[in-house]
Design a protein around this ligand. Structure first.
Ligand SMILES: Nc1ncnc2c1ncn2[C@@H]1O[C@H](COP(=O)(O)OP(=O)(O)OP(=O)(O)O)[C@@H](O)[C@H]1O
Ligand SMILES: [Mg+2]
Length: 717
């Protein structure tokens, strides 16, 4: 179908249509403060402005949003953005409003007053909104579709951008049934260009996206999947004495930086997070077993830097827009390279040096194989047409195993799985296999030997040898493909419009009467944890006025700005600034601007200041801080000292985030001391008591000479 020129009949007043590279670059600088377009941004923007469909594949953090945000400011009318997550929409809309761009979102979470205002505007014939973010669920409602058709018939719908477009494909790793309904957009709104954006799509998914959305002669733009700022590394759990301790040493050695740790099971999240907290690292677990209040509170604390590490299942991710994640760890092997790429890609979205660390264990491998095999059987029983899909899951997983178990450049393996053939030199020694090839070869050899010994002596810790009942599928439900959504899975916490409150997990958990002591302890432990978590979160939420910017929040923002200033200082060389005073100054600027508007705006202002600090020049920085002389000495300074400091803060000097230091710091396994605790220790809860007894047992077994030797061997490397 040939497209007619873009509808222009209702252009407002003197506003004109911006075209041409120079004019578009001006818009980029004016609205977003970036000096040049990145990668294929300009091509995508020009294509959609000329009315052409476009499929745009750009790596995570590559700047896909700009491809529809610039068209929105380049001409009057509305750009409709389809987004899978409400959190993501909120984030982007807030950031755009901050820049003075008229953006809104429509979702079930808004008050009817807010929604009515937006509807009035878009019905007005002269809408002021430029970007309208919606969920795929809303698009599929007849009422909203009718509204869209009206806007379209008035010539006001300029572009439809489908973000995270891979969600439309059942072959993608994040399939969402609601995305399927987007295929009707082309027939309902035939002349509006469609822009499909994704960071993860293997060739088959790319084709599926293009066909499902009925893109016509689209401009297909593909950038390399390479993330040069991420250093990739694998550690072998079977060669480590204690993977938890290794991870906490690793996180401590990097400094007080923002991190995500992914686990397969919810219990591991709880357990590992407790371990990290006990080691002095501020962390929290996040998974579908927590109620939504608790999840929101964890997310808020992480975004505002109150906590450093989130230990999560895959439920935590898409749309989590924190640019300064310095490390993403996988405590268990992911199910596919696509999932791994997407998750590890949450590191370093600010393009600064970052790290991906995968802890690989043979037990994990067997467990995942079991899950995938089981899925294959189940799907085969329910529908033979699904068989190909399940086999694909196993093939995908093998790629992940090869990533861990074979020597050779990790980066090359990632890129190969997306169909990119690159020379090893591209890596520039930014993976462990290229940087320490002999060491990696040695580990692999030891791994082979260790596994052979384990098999021979039948001493296997493999959990899932024969009995399928041992695997509690609820624990893994966040791992399953999103087709679970169709059945209204309780575990879908992705915060889309069809989100349902997670039912009380205690009610769900039925402890089989024939359970062993271990399972009973686990059950009680979890019951207790959930009880306290719910209690604490209820108390917190009841007390908290959502809008109030507390002193603690201000303090954590100062801390965040202080870290960003220290990083800027490192990046810019020997720049002499008083970082503490400057952090107070910058925070007070944010507070002065948004203190009355509420927490969200304040957060966002702090976040954009941190972003600005990560790229600003010495001149701009000193110019901005030059105004410190006019810094008021009244309440702001006096408030700078926090009343309380609820979390343990590691005294580690400047955060190490650049170059070799970032990559090598963990190898030294230096453990940094947490500031001394002056309070009396709390009375241990039942779960703490159980885990400390378990730890004591573990420690006893560590004295086992064979294990000790293994530990010594690893430490010597
Ligand atoms: N031309 C540019 N120059 C400098 N920075 C840019 C440019 N375009 C975008 N950015 C910045 O890059 C960061 C990532 O952008 P964005 O969120 O659009 O990435 P993305 O491709 O959508 O990533 P993801 O796949 O993770 O959603 C943002 O901080 C954005 O401001
Ligand atoms: Mg994006």
């Amino acid at each position: 179908m040939k497209k007619s020129p873009l509808p222009l009949q209702h252009i407002r007043g003197s506003e004109t249509h911006v075209r041409g590279k120079e004019a578009l670059v001006k818009l980029l600088r004016w609205h977003f403060g970036h000096s040049e377009f990145r990668g294929n941004q300009l091509e995508a923007i020009e294509a959609v402005l000329s009315g052409r469909d476009c499929f745009c594949l750009m790596p995570t953090g590559g700047g896909k949003s700009m491809c529809f945000q610039i068209p929105a400011v380049a001409k009057p009318g509305i750009v409709l953005v389809v987004c899978p997550l409400i959190a993501l929409m909120e984030n982007q809309v807030m950031a755009l409003k901050e820049k003075g761009i008229a953006a809104e979102y429509l979702s079930s979470t808004q008050t009817s007053h807010a929604k009515n205002k937006i509807h009035e505007d878009i019905d007005s014939g002269k809408p002021s909104v430029r970007l309208l973010y919606v969920t795929p669920e809303l698009i599929s409602t007849p009422g909203f579709m009718l509204k869209l058709t009206k806007i379209y018939s008035r010539g006001l719908l300029n572009l439809i951008a489908i973000d995270e477009a891979h969600c439309i494909s059942t072959w993608g790793h994040d399939f969402r049934p609601s995305y399927r309904k987007l295929s009707s957009l082309r027939s309902r709104l035939p002349d509006v260009p469609i822009l499909a954006l994704t960071a993860t799509a293997v060739p088959k998914v790319q084709q599926d996206v293009i066909e499902s959305l009925c893109l016509q002669n689209p401009l297909v733009l593909k950038s390399s999947f390479n993330r040069p700022n991420i250093y990739y590394e694998v550690r072998y759990k079977d060669l480590l004495d204690d993977a938890y301790a290794d991870m906490s040493n690793l996180l401590k050695s990097i400094g007080d930086v923002c991190a995500i740790v992914y686990c397969l099971e919810r219990t591991t999240c709880d357990d590992l997070s407790a371990h990290l907290s006990n080691s002095g690292i501020s962390s929290a677990a996040y998974h579908a077993g927590l109620n939504s209040k608790m999840r929101t509170s964890v997310l808020d604390d992480w975004i505002s830097s109150k906590i450093q590490v989130v230990v999560a299942t895959v439920a935590f991710g898409m749309g989590i827009d924190r640019k300064d994640v310095r490390i993403v760890c996988h405590y268990n092997i992911p199910k596919s390279m696509e999932a791994f790429y997407q998750e590890s890609g949450r590191a370093g979205r600010d393009q600064l040096p970052s790290r991906s660390m995968l802890y690989y264990g043979m037990d994990d491998r067997k467990k995942m194989e079991f899950i995938l095999n089981n899925a294959e059987k189940k799907k085969f029983q329910s529908s033979s047409s699904e068989e190909g899909l399940s086999k694909k899951s196993l093939t995908d997983f093998i790629q992940m195993v090869e990533y861990c178990e074979s020597s050779g450049c990790r980066r090359k393996k990632i890129l190969k799985s997306f169909g990119e053939q690159v020379p090893t030199s591209l890596c520039r020694k930014s993976c462990d296999a290229c940087k320490h090839p002999n060491l990696v070869a040695k580990y692999l050899e030891e791994l082979t030997n260790t596994c052979a010994v384990q098999q021979k002596s039948r001493f296997s810790r493999i959990l899932i040898s024969s009995s399928s009942d041992i695997v509690d599928e609820k624990q893994f439900s966040e791992f399953w493909n999103r087709d679970e959504d169709a059945r209204g899975s309780e575990d879908d916490i992705s915060n889309s419009d069809d989100d349902t409150e997670v039912t009380e997990s205690l009610v769900r958990s039925k402890l089989p009467s024939n359970s062993g002591l271990e399972e009973k302890i686990d059950f009680l432990q979890h019951a207790e944890e959930r009880y306290y978590q719910n209690k604490v979160s209820d108390r917190q939420i009841n007390k908290l006025d959502k809008k109030v910017i507390s002193e603690t929040l201000r303090e954590s923002s100062k801390q965040r700005l202080l870290n960003a200033l220290k990083q800027a200082q490192q990046r810019l060389g020997n720049l002499t600034i008083e970082v503490e005073t400057s952090a107070c100054f910058l925070e007070s600027e944010c507070y002065k601007k948004y203190g009355k508007s509420g927490k969200s705006f304040y957060y966002s202002q702090v976040a954009s200041t941190v972003r600005w600090l990560s790229t600003t020049s010495s001149l701009d920085l000193t110019n901005r801080l030059g105004t410190i002389s006019s810094f008021p000495s009244d309440d702001i300074l006096s408030k700078a000292e926090p009343a309380t400091r609820p979390l343990l803060v590691l005294d580690q000097g400047p955060t190490k985030i650049t170059g070799e230091e970032l990559y090598d710091s963990a190898r030294s396994e230096t453990s940094l001391c947490a500031s001394p605790c002056t309070e009396l220790p709390a009375i241990p809860s039942f779960s703490e008591f159980v885990s400390s007894s378990r730890k004591a047992n573990d420690n006893r077994s560590k004295r086992d000479p064979e294990k000790l030797e293994k530990r010594m061997r690893y430490k010597k490397e």
